[in-house]
Design a binder for this molecule. Structure first.
Ligand code: PLP
Length: 477
């Protein structure tokens, strides 16, 4: 593709994206396609001869778009948000345009230095401790996902624990911890019996620090080596918050690594009124992850991991083959981010986060979070005021968990009715919600956080949900 051709098609692509984002609202939120439908509509074999780029765009419109669930749709309320924004898209495009590999400082100094600056900026914006700063003994790094971040935190924790990690080390999570922690333990070679699920408070669903202490004491007594505890700030199911300070005290008593998974909720600490969510982090956390690619207007992938001390991580992951030796690395004056992650190669992700922070400023980012928190509060108020619904009390972020109350149904039938209602709502294309289970009950999850979501979208969603319950209760199926 010549420079002139690139210019022409680049403009077409940017126009395509701008039109897509501008007309998003008119599309069904959840893709209605059947399994295999997208693939069947495309040629089974690759072309022998090159094609005009317009053909790609035509197939994007004709075949791929119907197979897309529109995560940026203002009525997308499922899972957690996966924010995209103009500055992030453009930052990512610039990163693609540069095509640089920032695996070590020497392979593109700007990649490393911008990344270390921007993660320090973000630490400052979130009020995270000074020791997480890259210019101290700790530091931050952009990973692809929180799953990878937790995996490397675990590898650092295992290193920190010494001993024979594969056989004797134990890791502590709760039943509400994200599955990526169990996956990380498996990848690290720990058996299922080495991952301990600590009980949670039945109301708040937060990890019980007393049970954690008891479990750890028993494990030590039995000759195990506790290596890491993962506390979550904003669990995936309901955004419960583990008591980090009390968990941290237990960790400190045993010299155990405390990892904090704040993948979704952590970015909300950009608002001073939400900083309390990080109580205990400054005193106790050895590592902390949050995902700007969820709720901070930065396109996937962008997950930031900070460490209070980077040494165990680098000791765990650094291997220096001859072909990577260079004077800058040998000088010890530079960061080589390849030693902070699983892969060697790395994208220049800092560009998009930098673009986002510069475009919105702290003020604009706070406004985005505050809008969603306020809309979640408003939605919870609407549902709580209707006797046919039950709402979970704690919803400090953008997620509200609630359920229709089916007075005449058993728990099992009520769950079936709630899931059927969810499917009807989602199949309508007008909105998209997801679900979870707390105790015996299926709950609906209304996660507000798409950049374009306004009050009217939330009210429309509430009306649609209410109307479905009306129909279901007057004409039970
Ligand atoms: N941790 C928590 C608390 C999450 O909610 C999620 C995803 O929703 C993850 C980890 C995994 O995030 P990622 O997709 O970045 O690996």
């Amino acid at each position: 593709m010549s420079a002139e051709e690139f210019r022409k098609h680049g403009r077409q692509v940017v126009d395509w994206i701008a039109d897509y984002l501008a007309t998003l609202e008119s599309r069904p939120v959840r893709s209605p396609v059947r399994p295999g439908e997208v693939r069947d509509a495309l040629p089974a074999h690759p072309p022998e001869h090159g094609e005009p780029f317009e053909n790609v765009l035509a197939d994007l419109d004709r075949v791929l778009l119907p197979g897309i669930t529109h995560w940026q749709h203002p009525s997308f309320f499922a899972y957690f948000p996966a924010n995209a924004s103009g500055p992030a898209i453009l930052g990512d495009l610039l990163s693609s345009g540069l095509g640089a590999q920032g695996m070590v400082w020497a392979t593109s100094p700007a990649c490393t230095e911008l990344e270390s600056l921007v993660v320090d900026w973000l630490a400052e914006l979130l009020g995270l401790p000074e020791r997480f700063r890259t210019d101290s003994v700790g530091g931050g790094v952009i990973q692809d996902t929180a799953s990878s971040a937790s995996l490397v935190a675990l590898l650092a924790a295992l290193r920190h624990a010494g001993g024979d990690p594969a056989r004797r080390c134990t890791v502590y999570v709760s039943a509400e911890t994200h599955s990526s922690l169990e996956k990380a333990a498996r990848i690290a070679g720990l058996g299922t019996h080495q991952v301990r699920a600590v009980g949670v408070d039945s109301r708040t669903l937060a990890m019980d620090p007393v049970e954690l202490a008891d479990l750890m004491a028993a494990d030590v007594e039995a000759g195990a080596v506790p290596a890491m505890v993962c506390a979550t700030i904003g669990t995936t199911s309901t955004t419960a918050i583990d008591p980090v300070a009390r968990i941290g005290e237990v960790c400190r008593a045993y010299g155990v690594w405390l990892h904090v998974d704040a993948a979704y909720a952590g970015v909300s600490a950009i608002c001073p009124e939400l900083r309390w969510i990080n109580d205990g982090v400054a005193e106790y956390a050895d590592s902390y992850v949050t995902n700007p690619h969820k709720w901070l207007l930065t396109n996937f992938d962008c997950s930031v991991l900070w460490l209070a001390d980077r040494t165990p991580l680098i000791e765990a992951l650094s291997i220096l083959p001859e072909y990577l030796r260079n004077a800058a690395s040998a000088s010890g004056e530079v960061i080589d981010y390849r030693d902070w992650q699983i892969p060697l190669g790395r994208r220049f992700r800092a560009l998009k986060l930098w673009s986002v922070i510069r475009w919105y400023g702290a003020e604009g980012l706070r406004e985005h979070i505050r809008k969603d928190v306020a809309l979640a509060g408003e939605f919870a108020g609407l549902a709580a005021a209707d006797r046919r619904f039950e709402v979970r009390a704690d919803h400090p972020f953008g997620l509200v968990c609630f359920r229709p109350v089916w007075p005449d149904l058993s728990t099992e039938d009520a769950n079936t009715a709630t899931l059927a209602l969810l499917e009807r709502l989602n199949a309508s294309g007008a909105l998209y919600l997801s679900h979870t289970k707390v105790g015996e009950n299926v709950l609906l999850r209304m996660a507000i956080g798409a950049p374009g979501t306004e009050r009217r979208h939330v009210h429309d969603a509430w009306e649609a949900i209410r109307a479905e319950v009306d129909v279901a209760t007057t004409h039970p199926r």
